[in-house]
Design a binder for this molecule. Structure first.
Ligand code: PMT
Length: 406
């Protein structure tokens, strides 16, 4: 499981306006149970003071090579000994230059140069270095910065972002530092075992919306949270992920290709168009079983009389995919209000699925927590109630173990 709990992290902060996001990142890391040592450059300290980081991390903050608090005056070496991750958030264009050339003219750049790398000078394990660039778009796009970033990637550093959008200078474009939550998610993902490496996974998520007229329709209260959590867990596990999403407001997980659809027919078309080459298909969507036979072209007017609407069945996307001769490994979901084991197992057999994830609607629909039971040919495997991302990681581990024995 990906967990930052108990990890020792050194967080370097250089001089950019995005430094305020590092304070939030510190909070997230500490909340997750990590121990965070913050190292400020002189310029970084101009944007957010040491007191803020000290309060958020609950630990001393380091700024100088000559700090006398380290008994052997070796802060530049000792801080990363035994550390699990070294981060530079934000990293200015100038700091990237220092990293490229191995400059060591302050505590943070010296720490980066001296970070342990497995097999080098007897180090048993890596202390990977993650860098989140933040700068004006022209600085980011300049050939010099692009050359530097390419070099740093070649040197094995992990470059996070940057994103695109409004910049502190008033301009708009690439170079904006990722949000703290995005950086946190990337760090968690880096710790996940790559159980689905070289696998391609296609998922559906969310509800569908079946139009009655231009303003009304039939839908359900699926939020998309379970499907998006599973897409993220698959991506964290190293899979190439395509997510066909009904109308939801969820944020697309990093590295996931998202296709938005509205109706069941559109969802089916998108799934079939993207099915080629997929190793796994996971149907999380709560697809409407029926749609209005003839949606009205104009808004249906109130008449005071009873109104009957003819419904016709929608195609069953999962059953159609699973019945193909070239079907990928198919995983279905079953949301039931009672008799979970009986109905879920019934769906598994009826649709010829390797695995069905059963949940009670009162547990799974809409909320942040879910409790599921996995049904496969070997029996029922309950997973404890947890945040949907945690549950999703458990489902991914089960899928990976089934794939490994096929
Ligand atoms: O989105 P959330 O708020 O996080 O909620 C998550 C969830 C409760 C929607 C999810 O965990 C879940 O259980 N999804 C399946 C919902 C369901 O009841 O499916 P079903 O029993 O109608 O269908 C069984 C399976 O066939 C499902 O995998 C479904 O995606 C698939 N199906 C169903 C009908 C259809 N026309 N096409 C399909 O592919």
């Amino acid at each position: 499981m990906a967990s930052l709990s108990g990890k020792r992290i050194v967080l370097g902060v250089t001089g950019g306006i995005a430094a305020y996001k590092s304070a939030e990142l510190t909070r997230l890391l500490v909340k997750a149970g990590a121990m965070v040592d913050v190292v400020l450059t002189e310029a970084g300290a101009r944007f957010v003071g040491a007191t803020t980081f000290q309060a958020l991390s609950g630990r001393p903050v380091w700024t100088s090579l000559w700090d006398e608090r380290m008994p052997n005056a070796m802060a530049h070496i000792d801080l990363t000994r035994g550390a699990d991750l070294l981060l530079v958030v934000p990293a200015t264009a100038n700091f990237l230059v220092k990293l490229v050339h191995g400059m060591a003219d302050d505590l943070l750049s010296t720490l980066c140069l001296a970070r342990p790398r497995a097999g080098v000078d007897g180090a048993l394990r890596d202390c990977p270095l993650f860098v989140a660039p933040a700068m004006n778009r022209q600085m980011w796009e300049s050939p010099a910065t692009q050359r530097n970033v390419t070099q740093l990637r070649d040197d094995g550093l992990h470059i996070l972002g940057p994103g695109s959008g409004d910049q502190a200078c008033g301009e708009m474009g690439d170079g904006r530092m990722l949000e703290a939550a995005e950086i946190f998610a990337a760090l968690e993902a880096s710790l996940c075992p790559k159980l689905l490496a070289r696998k391609r996974v296609l998922l559906t998520a969310g509800p569908t919306f079946e139009a009655l007229d231009p303003v009304r329709g039939l839908t359900n209260s699926s939020s998309g949270k379970m499907g998006f959590a599973l897409a993220r867990a698959c991506a964290e596990a190293g899979a190439e992920v395509t997510l066909v999403a009904g109308p939801v407001t969820q944020t697309t997980p990093a590295g996931v290709t998202r296709i938005d659809v509205t109706s069941a027919l559109q969802m089916r078309d998108a799934v079939l168009a993207n099915l080629g080459g997929q190793n796994v298909f996971i149907a999380v969507a709560a697809v409407a079983d029926y749609r209005p036979a003839a949606p009205a072209d104009h808004k249906i007017k109130k008449s005071g009389q009873p109104l009957s609407i003819e419904l016709v069945p929608n195609p069953d996307i999962l059953a159609e995919v699973a019945s193909r001769s070239d079907a990928p490994f198919c995983v279905g979901f079953a949301a039931e209000s009672r008799n979970l084991a009986e109905y879920a197992e019934g769906k598994r057999k009826a649709k010829n699925l390797a695995l069905v994830v059963g949940n009670l609607v009162q547990d799974g629909l809409g909320g942040d927590i879910n409790a599921v039971t996995l049904f496969d040919a070997a029996g029922a495997h309950p997973l404890p109630a947890a945040e949907k991302l945690e549950v999703a990681r458990g489902i991914v581990a089960h899928i990976a173990s089934m794939l490994a024995t096929r």
